[in-house]
Every structure is written in C-alpha cells, then in structure tokens.
Ligand binder design. Sequence first.
Ligand SMILES: *Cc1c(COP(=O)(O)O)cnc(C)c1O
Length: 394
Amino acid sequence: MSDPVPPRAEVVVDLAAVRHNVRILKDLVSVDGPVQLMAVVKADGYGHGMVEVAAAARDAGADWLGVATIEEALELRAAGDHGPLLCWLSAPGDDFASAVAAGVEVTAYSVAELEEIAAVGPARVQIKVDTGLSRGGAPRTEWEHLFEVASELEQQGRITVTGVWSHFAASDEPAHPANDAQEAAFREALALADKAGLDPDVTHLANSAAALLRPSSHFDLVRCGIATYGLDPAPGTSPRIGLRPAMIVRARLVMSKVVRAGEGVSYGHTWHADEDTTVGVVPAGYGEGVPRAAGNSAHVWVDDSRRPIRGRVCMDQFVVDLHGELPPSGTEVVLFGPGDLGEPTAQDWADAVDTISYEIVTRVGGRLTRRHVDTDAETDDETDDDAASERTPR
Ligand SMILES: *Cc1c(COP(=O)(O)O)cnc(C)c1O
C-alpha cells in the first residue's frame, strides 16, 4: 500500500484506536441507562481526518456525528454518511437549503436564524441556549420568545425542533462553580421549552470532560470530541478509562552532525551547546503545525529515548539534541504518539508549549502526509506496511 521509502514526515492515524475510544465512551455513559454518543469530527476530525474518523466512529456505534459548519456536514454526506448529523455554527446566508436537503440537523441561536432555516424548510432544527459560556446560543433573555416562535413554526409544519442543547464553559474543572450554574440554567431552559409546547428528541449539554466527570449532565446525549481521539479532556482530573491516542506524528532524520561546545543552534542562536554534542535535523516545522513555541521546550523520540529540541523551530525543520550519537539519515523521529514506548504524547507537547492537546493535534498538517491504519486489521493486506508498523509506537 504505502511506498517502500517512508515519507519524509507523516501523520499516522490508527482507526482501531478511534473505534476503541468510541466503544469505551459509549459504555461509560450508558451505565445508568441509554445515553447516545455523538462523535465530534469538526476541524478535519481534530486533524485526524474527518471522513475516515467519522466512518470508524459509526462502525463502533456512535449514534451521531457533530461538526461545526454546514460545509463539513455536506462533506460527510458526500462521503456517504447518512446517519444523524448535527452542525452548529452558521453565519447569515449560509447554505441551509443544502443542509436541510441532505438531512443534516442545523442549530438555531436566534429567531432570525430560525426564520432563515424555516424559509428553506421543512427542516429539522436544534435550538442552542447560552447557559453561561457567553459564546453561541440564545441568551437567557431570549429563551421564552425563541421557544414560542419555534413552537409556532413547528405547528405550521415548517420546522421540527429535534433538540435543545447547550455547552459548558469549564467542564474540565469539575469544581468550577459555572458547572452547577449552567446545568441548573439548562434545566430551566428545558422547562421553558416544554412550556412552549416543544418536545425535542434529544437534549444535550456534555462534551468529553463532562461525559467523563459529570454524569448529571449527560441528559440524552453526550458530544465527545477530544476523547474520541484518545486524548484526555481534563489532564490530571479525568478518571483513567483506557482511552488510546490515535495520532502519531513522525519524521525521518535529514542528517546528524557534531556541534562543538559554545556553538549556537538554529535562528537567533537561542541555544548554545555547553559541551560538545551531536544534533539531528528533523524535517517538520511550523509549516507543518509544529508549534514555534516548542523551541527549547518540547522533546521528540529518537533511538528509544526522549531528546530535547534545541533552538528555534523553523518553518520547515528543527534541530534535536542527540547527546553524542550520530544516527544515520533516515532514522525515525517520533514527535508524539500514544506514549506506550515512552515517546512524548500530544499532551506532553501541549504542556511544553502552554496549550491544550486539542490545539496540538488539530494544527498538525501542512506538508505532512496523512495515512490511516487499522491496528486491529493489520494482516495480509498491510504487508507493505509491516516495516513501518514495527517502528510505530503503539
Ligand atoms: C467542539 C465541541 C464539542 C466537543 O468538545 P470536546 O471537549 O472535544 O469533547 C462539543 N460541543 C460543541 C458545541 C463543540 O463546539
């Protein structure tokens, strides 16, 4: 399948890990009765490949898929997905007609949006209420009016209100007071929707962190993004439930060489060797989504050990300290992976550059090639990949 020479630098996504995570999440939220699982695959599946991840998630029992934009939803339909699918971020003039025609459920934040959707109806619409994130969704002062208008449009047969939902501000901090307040506000919104005569199929509030940490917020459905990809939504807080990171980013060393004590490395010489050492050149940079802030802070995996990045990350490449070793050109460098062999994880990179794992995996791309593998199905049809797979931490 893949060519005999591994690519200069690539992203490898294990769809078996995605399926594993979906099954674990579904089991976890369904212990006290059935709760549906929405796999959130926006932003190209958090950098993992939207279409491939979506198919794997459906295979493993995801009831819903969730995306931000109508364009993303239509791309899933074009790729052959026909299951329940919700999108939630539109601007006036967006192509609601195509979404509705494709059976995509759209989200309304306002009366204006409801009317725009009803004009291309009959449409299946979910209403998003702002319970305290103060981002998208109808503000508290609009709820009653919005629900009344929705109810009228429903009676006219122009829309069906299939859901009422909201989104947490701080579900990764379980003790944050916003969580209780938002959940209480959400229950109030549901009561008002009921009073207006609405009877949605699904009500939902929880993202990954709330799915793991706040069972009271599960309602009919949880929307899991980051956990689907095997990353921890609330590092240091989440229970260990056996999620598997699905993404590996790796490259092949361009060259290795000696650097003498006192010599500076990479642009601006922000690092100087304090003793003689060796360094390697890794062909991926901020053009590939390697954060520039990883200079002098993150580590990569070469020859079975973690090696520090030295000096600035450049557009196309960076330099790693090889501590006296001179591995040959072409030697595998793992930037991050599941961590099973000791290689850094996306969370380690996030910690090193003061961000969240979401941003690390979602921004990876540029000139990297991306390949999907299935470690559950690695038999005869993947023989070409065996050499590569053996070097792949998992
Ligand atoms: C992105 C997103 C999610 C998924 O959040 P995770 O923390 O990745 O689980 C859920 N709901 C909404 C509205 C989102 O925008």
